[in-house]
Ligand binder design. Structure first.
Ligand code: PLP
Length: 352
């Protein structure tokens, strides 16, 4: 099948670019130095490619991701980098410990007690390093670790996600801010013990001293927001749409906000290099003419017309502004190379 034959909206992954991104990252952070975050793609087939590149430990955001990874033989070392007090989901993860190693983040007495009551064995103390989300105050980390150990849990170390720093554009300012955040985490690590210090994401992947692993996920597929930072990763994921209505000023493509994560703003749009025959020969899938995005509605994106390229039934490539929620909206990713569809990957870790 060729890309042109896919029913749209169709989420496609450029196999060549994906492989390059994974290789670039595994060169920078080999093996256990990277704990890829699966929330960025929610796809065990893609996680298997990351595992084949040497990363056998994974980060998850939901119990569903943990259980799906475990059920697919990718459970060598799974971290739920998120808090849960749901007894049923915690018990389900505890039951999966027979075949998988599962560690969950805790940041309070309540989350520790819930993990212990469910029969989980291992935790990380989640520390607030500046992002107002989960994580205990750094000064409380040692006390919580002691509470977890008293409850019979093994404390493997600490994590602290500096998500507020991902989009700092000045690299030296970012390096200094990451160092400040990591200083908090390393001091907490001194109080907690254990051998894991887990932090970071795609926007800070090469800026840590003293951490044992980085939790980046978006690097594999990328999005237009991360694309502004000059990172050494290229866009590997697009949503292919069909022009369903067109006039000399604007064209309407069947990819709306129900097929795109919109929290980082509008996507980008490029015309489709169909007449080049092979996308590879045309300089890559995203190498068409870029055109303005006017606005998105439920099932449509309105773009500026490009003569000869945006007539009804033309294909247009939409590049998501935020990859994670975009993946969560699609059931399937189509793996493509040179215009050919070479595989069909279920987005099988969706849900909670
Ligand atoms: C806990 C945690 N770790 C790491 C990441 C890094 O992800 P990304 O690769 O998108 O920067 C995220 C993203 O939100 C996260 O929530």
């Amino acid at each position: 099948m060729r890309i042109r034959d896919l029913p749209t909206p169709a989420l496609i992954i450029d196999a060549t670019v994906l492989a390059q991104n994974i290789e670039t990252m595994s060169t920078a952070l080999p093996g256990a130095a990277l704990r890829p975050h699966v929330k960025a793609h929610k796809c065990t087939a893609l996680a298997a490619v990351q595992a084949a590149a040497g990363h056998r430990s994974f980060t998850c955001a939901t119990p569903r991701e943990v259980l799906g990874m475990a059920a697919n033989g990718l459970g060598e070392d799974l971290l739920l980098a998120n808090e849960s007090v749901d007894p049923a989901r915690l018990r389900a993860m505890a039951a999966a410990q027979d075949s998988a190693r599962i560690t969950i983040a805790v940041d309070s007495v309540s989350t520790i007690d819930a993990a212990a009551a469910a029969g989980l064995h291992e935790v990380l103390i989640d520390v607030d390093v500046g992002l107002p989300r989960c994580g205990c105050a750094p000064r409380d980390a040692g006390r919580l670790a002691a509470h977890a150990r008293a409850a019979g849990l093994t404390v493997r170390g600490v994590m602290g996600y500096e998500g507020h720093l991902m989009m700092v554009t000045d690299r030296e300012a970012k390096r200094a801010k990451v160092a400040e955040a990591m200083d908090l985490l390393l001091r907490a690590s001194g109080d907690v013990g254990g051998d894991i210090v887990s932090a970071g994401g795609t926007g800070t992947f090469d800026l840590h001293d003293g951490v044992t692993e980085v939790q980046a996920g978006s690097y594999a597929l990328m999005d237009t927001q991360y694309g502004t930072l000059g990172l050494p990763f290229a866009q590997a994921c697009f949503v292919v749409g069909t022009v369903v209505s067109s006039n000399p000023r604007h064209a309407v493509v069947d990819v709306g906000l129900k097929a795109l994560g919109m929290d980082h703003g509008n996507p980008a749009a490029t015309t489709w290099m169909e007449d080049a025959g092979s996308d590879g020969a045309a300089g890559g899938i995203g190498a068409g003419t870029s055109t303005d995005v006017w606005f998105c509605s439920d099932e449509h994106v309105t773009i500026s017309s490009v003569p000869g390229r945006t007539d009804v039934d033309a294909r247009v490539l939409i590049t998501p502004a935020h990859i994670d929620p975009t993946m969560a909206m699609h059931e399937v990713a189509w793996l493509v190379r040179d215009g050919e569809v070479i595989d069909r990957w279920p987005i099988d870790l969706r849900g909670w």
